[in-house]
Design a protein around this ligand. Structure first.
Ligand SMILES: *[C@@H]1O[C@H](CO)[C@@H](O)[C@H](O)[C@H]1NC(C)=O
Length: 288
């Protein structure tokens, strides 16, 4: 017997194509229903996770949003480094190019960093506490838009509006330079009444440091407290700077009092150079 190669027995060529399409369509439907049933099942088991990742499907993975909201779901990966004080770590918060661009705009403006003085302190008496150089730059002064990008991202990561942030303080620590352990919040008992208080600090590491230059938290989880800790010593929990990574910590408890475990400092740089952009976030809106 002889067949013409591509002919199906007993069927006219004209009706063949629609049937093939129909079968494909049925197969597609089966797959679709299978997927829906499978995902409903997952939904039941892991409702929270599923909710955050996929719901609602029709809306392209995002919710209807309010006027000031985002049109899509985004993720800013983070790791909780500590609850005492509350420290979050954001790997790859900014790109290497963005970091280099911030260093570039700060480099020519650096001046020795200064300190807010307590009652009775003088510039002379506080010499050596903070030996870095730095400069303040507002996002509005940066025509490249990099600081604007970083500031927006910080606001979204913290859900504290940009208007609560002070200008970026871009700092350079050379070999031997450091910042002795201190608080970012101002205790009214030491500094007098405050019109605005720092809630949190966000550090964006702009460079790697070959050795030293860690951000240290000597009182992390209550360690070294009440034993006469020498503020110059670089001990406790330490975070090693890595270009592009972000570090956020809170200086105040939710009730507004200062979290004593938020004491922190910058260990001396031993090898290399440390660049960091600091954003202090206040409990008041700041005039710009
Ligand atoms: C504020 O909160 C901290 C931590 O929860 C607590 O230890 C402290 O007693 C509170 N202070 C006041 C005045 O409520």
């Amino acid at each position: 017997m002889k067949f013409k190669g591509n002919r199906v027995v007993g069927m006219k060529p004209k009706t063949r194509l629609p049937i093939v399409f129909f079968l494909c369509f049925c197969f597609f439907l089966v797959l679709l229903f299978g997927y829906i049933i499978f995902s409903l099942d997952l939904n039941r088991n892991r409702s929270q996770r599923k909710f955050l990742q996929k719901f609602p499907e029709e809306e392209g993975d995002s919710f209807g949003h309010g006027e000031t909201g985002d049109s899509s779901i985004s993720s800013i990966p983070f790791q909780v480094l500590s609850w005492r004080p509350r420290i979050l770590y954001f790997p790859n918060f900014a790109s290497a190019e963005q970091c280099l661009s911030i260093i570039g705009m700060a480099k020519s403006k650096l001046k020795p960093s200064s300190l807010a003085l307590r009652k009775g302190e003088t510039v002379e008496s506080t010499k050596g506490i903070r030996t870095s150089s730095g400069t303040f730059i507002s996002a509005s002064d940066d025509s490249t838009g990099v600081l604007d990008f970083v500031e927006r991202k910080i606001a979204r990561a913290t859900m504290i509006p940009r208007s609560h942030g002070e200008a970026f303080n871009v700092l350079r620590y050379e070999i031997g330079q450091r910042y002795v352990a201190h608080y970012d919040a101002f205790n009214p008992a030491e500094y007098g009444p405050q019109s605005s208080q720092r809630i949190a600090s966000f550090l964006l590491y702009l460079s790697d440091v070959e050795e030293g230059g860690e951000t240290m938290f000597p009182y992390e989880n209550g360690a070294n407290m009440g034993v006469g800790y020498d503020y110059e010593r670089c001990i406790g929990f330490k975070v090693r700077p890595r270009q592009g990574d972000g570090l956020l910590f809170y200086s105040l408890y939710p009730n507004g009092t200062i979290d004593k475990t938020s004491l922190h400092g910058s260990c001396p740089v031993i090898k290399g150079e440390k660049w960091v952009a600091t954003k202090w976030i206040d409990n008041q809106e700041l005039e710009k």
